[in-house]
Design a binder for this molecule. Structure first.
Ligand code: HEM
Length: 81
């Protein structure tokens, strides 16, 4: 169980820029990755997923199918859908 808040998809879609914050979803959880954007080894491509789901992009870029990538993502969790 988690004490983190539940967010609507509509709320997530409002966060798609560095100014408003960059949120993404993954497997039903919500992440605020704003502070990771400039650290991303794949550069600005990460912004393609801003305000939506990571799954379609990670399906294309298999480099993310590694435990250490999921560990990074987990640091940014803010809630669930
Ligand atoms: C590479 C994390 C989203 C495209 C990486 C790597 C990490 C990472 C840790 C390096 C992996 C390694 O070499 O071991 C993340 C996280 C994301 C995210 C935490 C979301 C929160 C995305 C998205 C895209 C993307 C949405 C594309 C639309 C890439 C590409 C690379 C990469 C192309 C390879 C860079 C290179 O080696 O030249 N990402 N990523 N990433 N990522 Fe992401």
């Amino acid at each position: 169980t988690s004490s983190l808040p539940i967010y609507s998809l509509e709320e997530v879609t409002k966060h798609r820029s560095l100014e408003s914050g960059v949120w993404v979803t993954y497997k039903g959880d919500v992440y605020d990755i704003t502070d990771f954007v400039t650290k991303h080894p794949g550069g600005d491509k990460i912004l393609l997923a801003a305000g939506g789901a990571l799954e379609p992009f990670w399906a294309l870029y298999a480099v993310h199918k590694q435990d250490h990538v999921l560990e990074i993502l987990s640091e940014y969790k803010i809630g669930a859908l």
